[in-house]
Design a protein around this ligand. Structure first.
Ligand code: SAH
Length: 326
């Protein structure tokens, strides 16, 4: 819901300011129409129904994976595509994975989003609309900024959206912003007050390999990003999650695990190994055996480490597969 438009329409109708918050509260609870907003005068409900759509995004297609994961493809009012995913876990967790941009200007070699055309930054309302879409289906309690785009390149809108996520049932502590290592964004996240989790997509334990996989490393080298993460932990007292996509024969050898354990302070970082999800990039995922050996090598060295559960791969909804192809 475009909250700026809502406020303007309410002002034009001569309504008091608190009406905007009333409408928002209903929207955040997952209502499907103005008709359900029973503490609003009937005339106003009709007027708003004509002028302020419940969502600024149009749903183009939606699919459900065998594991219950749902992926929605939306378009903005100007026709830019973006995707969002609802992950359902056995323990009851419902996690919404949202996009911060239509496409992505960065070109990480293994990621499908980097191959599509970059559209633009999404507004806070467009980000919230993705979460609201799933909230209208069922209660949600986690949010990860791991969809399309680099959230730290659009941090103001991302944080404005975060401020409102608790109204949907998603606390700041259950919200994670993932970054390629965009240092100005990490510093800005450190400086603000919401206890949001920081995740860093590392993917290589040394500068040369990382630059090969992620061109952004030339601009913000691994060494400097890790320093910004350590500072984040010092100030915010929350562990930084490291994402490490397992590419067969590329970054999954024993020596990589050893090097990784040397550059990461186990008091600051927790590693999440991500099985590679197929894209057109030409990489191959590490074998389950290689992933397990890598995990064990880190664990032996005292490094907290888990392997990420793959969700939604059969509908191209898994990490790195979002490319607005429906
Ligand atoms: N731009 C931000 C937010 C996207 S998060 C970031 O990169 O952190 C999406 C996560 O999926 C990132 O960790 C990304 O590196 C990872 N990823 C990209 N392509 C992937 C693939 N093919 N398989 C598994 N993970 C992938």
């Amino acid at each position: 819901m475009d909250l700026t438009l809502l406020r303007k329409e309410l002002a034009d109708a001569g309504e008091p300011c608190y009406r905007a918050e009333q409408v928002w509260e209903w929207a955040a609870k997952g209502v499907r129409g103005y008709g359900e907003m029973t503490n609003l005068p009937a005339g106003l409900r009709e007027r708003l129904a004509e002028r302020v759509p419940l969502s600024a995004l149009a749903l183009a297609t939606e699919s459900t994976a065998d594991d219950g994961t749902r992926k929605a493809l939306f378009t903005t009012a100007g026709g830019k595509p973006l995707e969002a995913v609802l992950m359902r876990f056995r323990d009851g967790r419902r996690s919404v994975c949202v996009s911060s941009q239509s496409g992505c200007p960065l070109t990480c070699s293994f990621c499908a989003t980097g191959q599509m055309k970059f559209g633009r930054n999404l507004t806070a309302s467009e980000i919230l609309d993705q979460a609201l879409h799933f909230r209208r289906i069922e209660p949600v309690d986690h949010c990860v900024f791991m969809g399309m785009g680099e959230p730290m390149m659009n941090l103001d809108e991302v944080l404005t959206a975060c401020e409102r996520l608790p109204d949907l049932g998603i606390t700041h502590r259950r919200t994670t912003i993932s970054t390629v290592g965009w240092i100005p964004g990490i510093e800005a996240l450190t400086a603000q007050e919401m206890p949001i989790r920081l995740a860093f997509s590392l993917h290589a334990p040394d500068e040369a390999l990382r630059s090969e996989l992620m061109p952004v490393n030339d601009r913000y080298p691994l060494h400097d990003v890790l320093e910004a993460c350590v500072e984040h932990h010092r100030v915010r007292r929350r562990k930084v999650f490291i994402e490490y996509v397992m590419l067969g024969g590329i970054n999954d050898r024993h020596e990589h695990a050893v090097r990784l354990s040397e550059i990461l302070d186990p008091k600051v970082f927790k590693v999440n190994l991500i099985p590679y999800n197929p894209t057109a990039s030409g990489f191959e995922g590490s074998t389950p055996k290689a992933i397990e050996a890598f995990r064990a090598a880190l664990a032996e060295r005292g490094q907290p480490v888990t392997v990420r559960l793959t969700r939604g791969r059969d509908i191209d909804a898994a990490c790195g597969q979002l490319a607005a192809t429906g």
